[in-house]
Design a protein around this ligand. Structure first.
Ligand SMILES: Cc1cc2nc3c(=O)[nH]c(=O)nc-3n(C[C@H](O)[C@H](O)[C@H](O)COP(=O)(O)O)c2cc1C
Length: 373
């Protein structure tokens, strides 16, 4: 936990736009360009999936980020895809989240709720024995954490059109609940292989009705979901996280279609996770330019994500091909990431073994700089 990543020394750029410059995100003023990327940390032990006080402590510790985004939160019982992860579909869950948003605001922070439907990446034992649902009956071949430990996903059944409409409505209700819970906005989770990429991708979406086939049709459910989310909010408080690479094989064209549509919708931001770390490989040069490509396609606020350290984040913001940069793994171990950048200090590395375990270990016990020195 104390190991230092000395390669992450920031570059001071006086008088220029950098990670410490403030940013106007619609009607929100962010004091810096740091975003805490959404991370599932599986910390709630509440049987009804209500967030618990230690989660407020965790987000407050990281409240100096320009914007904090919660881990993926389930929109309905059918959306569940793991143990110890909260939902946003009951009054008790809304009340639980309200305590967290109040605490973060009191600490001077801003916080969005990320919402998700797991689609096929779940297991009947998490769904009261029901078969998981997905755009098409395709096993996503993932591992899922259940009470009995890690298990393989099963063959899901294809959603009916009526069921797709019901899921769109559930996203709308979840977004409205996020507002009741005091969040500053709400983000759609399209960054991992859950419902959103499963619709966009031709491997997982084999439908022949209006929700499958052409890029426009594969993008349709995603566009309907974002539209439903915006009913209880201004569009400028809706964020969208996508990963063109995860939507992969045939997903690029549908992803581009969603992004083109977002130009008119004018969301708070587009949060893009780029391809996986390819350091020291020739492909890294292409990955470096991921955001140049999307900067041309999308006219609004762009959050870059995926393998950034403080130096590369600063370089991207300085170059202007992203507006904000989000960090996941470095935010696990460095609650005061902004101060570490400001004071040119090294970064602690996270302990992966405690990513999804219950309790404070590896969660709220990473020290801030002032406590260390
Ligand atoms: C422990 C952990 C949990 C994550 N959970 C989520 C999640 O709930 N929602 C999401 O969009 N991404 C999730 N991610 C992905 C991150 O948000 C981010 O896209 C990815 O880790 C790349 O950023 P990084 O290189 O700064 O870690 C998770 C990552 C980690 C390490």
């Amino acid at each position: 936990m104390d190991s230092e990543a000395s390669a992450n020394r920031p570059v001071a750029i006086d008088g220029k736009t950098n990670m410490l410059s403030s940013y106007r995100l619609g009607s929100l003023k962010l004091p810096n360009r740091f975003v805490m990327s959404p991370m599932t940390r599986a910390r709630t032990t509440d049987p009804d999936r209500v967030p618990i006080p230690i989660e407020a402590e965790y987000y407050v510790q990281r409240a100096t980020a320009g914007l904090n985004i919660t881990g993926g939160t389930f929109i309905s019982p059918q959306a569940i895809g793991g143990i110890n992860i909260a939902g946003i579909y009951t009054e008790a869950q809304v009340d639980g989240w309200r305590k967290i948003t109040d605490a973060v605001h009191k600490a001077g922070g801003r916080i969005f709720l990320q919402i998700v439907h797991s689609a096929s990446v779940t297991h009947p034992s998490l769904l009261g024995g029901e078969t998981p649902v997905a755009p098409s009956a395709v096993n996503s071949n993932q591992k899922v954490m259940t009470k009995g430990g890690l298990v393989d996903t099963v063959l899901p059944r294809a959603l009916t059109i009526t069921e797709i409409h019901a899921i769109v409505e559930d996203f709308g209700k979840a977004a409205a609940n996020a507002r009741k819970a005091g969040f500053d906005g709400v983000e759609l989770h399209g960054g991992n292989i859950f419902l959103v990429p499963q619709f966009l991708n031709t491997v997982t979406n084999r439908r022949t009705d209006e929700y499958g086939g052409t890029p426009e049709k594969r993008a349709r459910a995603v566009i309907e979901i974002i539209t439903a989310m915006g009913k209880a909010w201004e569009n400028g408080r809706i964020g969208v996280k996508l990963s063109p690479e995860i939507s992969g094989a045939g997903g690029y064209s549908a992803t581009d279609h969603v992004i083109a549509w977002l130009n008119d919708y004018k969301p708070a931001y587009l949060h893009l996770r780029r391809g996986f770390d390819a350091s020291d490989k020739p492909i890294e040069l292409m990955r470096e330019h991921t955001f140049d490509h999307f900067r041309d396609l999308f006219k609004g606020t762009l959050i870059g994500n995926g393998g950034f350290d403080l130096v590369t984040a600063n370089q991207h913001v300085e170059r202007g091909n992203v507006d904000l940069v989000s960090f996941a793994k470095y935010y696990v171990a460095n609650p005061d990431l902004v101060a570490r950048f400001e004071h040119n200090r090294s970064l602690a590395l996270p302990d992966r073994a405690t990513y999804y375990t219950t309790g404070p270990k590896g969660y709220t016990d990473y020290p801030a700089l002032s406590e260390k020195s």
